[in-house]
Design a protein around this ligand. Structure first.
Ligand SMILES: [Zn+2]
Ligand SMILES: [Zn+2]
Length: 176
């Protein structure tokens, strides 16, 4: 069930799609519940006074609701992201949940390992950012034939050296 075991993850368009799929549906549902619960707290449970400013209450409820809902989405993202990086899921979920004010999430993004994927050629685990498999030389991403930097599947000329990428005979699976 790991979306990053699919070879299409090398295509940058597919990569941004899978990034969105990294937020599980349970955390989207939970974020909506959290937002509604915060509104309930501010408008139903908190005592109303006669001389209060409604706009201030609206601002506070929206800010707190949005902040806590985003945090819920972030926790959902981390819960899936740890799995494709060979990191301890339980440990990192605890750190992100328990360190206050989002510090746990900051620590997570600073310390996380590079994402891993299975090489389609030899099925060994390789970092998702490499261009060639270190075990079997399977080409995992499109590169410029002249300067050997990564190029996007949609580009016709290399953005670094201007090389005509059509001359490289890149495998069709790595072209748009
Ligand atoms: Zn390989
Ligand atoms: Zn180049």
């Amino acid at each position: 069930m790991d979306p990053f075991n699919k070879h299409e993850s090398n295509d940058s368009a597919a990569r941004s799609d899978s990034e969105l799929q990294m937020v599980p549906s349970w955390s989207i549902a939970l974020a909506a519940v959290v937002f509604v619960a915060v509104q309930y707290m501010f408008f139903v449970m908190m005592p109303h006074r006669h001389n209060e400013v409604l706009a201030f209450r609206l601002l506070m409820s929206f800010t707190w609701g949005a902040a806590l809902a985003s945090y819920t989405l972030l926790i959902g993202y981390v819960s899936r992201d740890v799995k494709r990086r060979n990191m301890s899921g339980r440990l990192w979920m605890l750190i992100v949940l328990l360190l206050p004010g989002g510090i746990g999430a900051v620590v997570y993004f600073l310390l996380r390992q590079p994402a891993q994927m299975a090489c389609p050629g030899c099925h060994s685990q390789v970092p998702a950012s490499v261009n060639f498999c270190p075990q079997c030389r399977y080409q995992l991403a499109a590169i410029c034939g002249q300067c050997h930097r990564s190029v996007r599947a949609t580009e016709i000329y290399c953005t670094q050296c201007g090389h005509d990428l059509a001359e490289d005979h890149t495998p069709a699976r790595l072209r748009a």
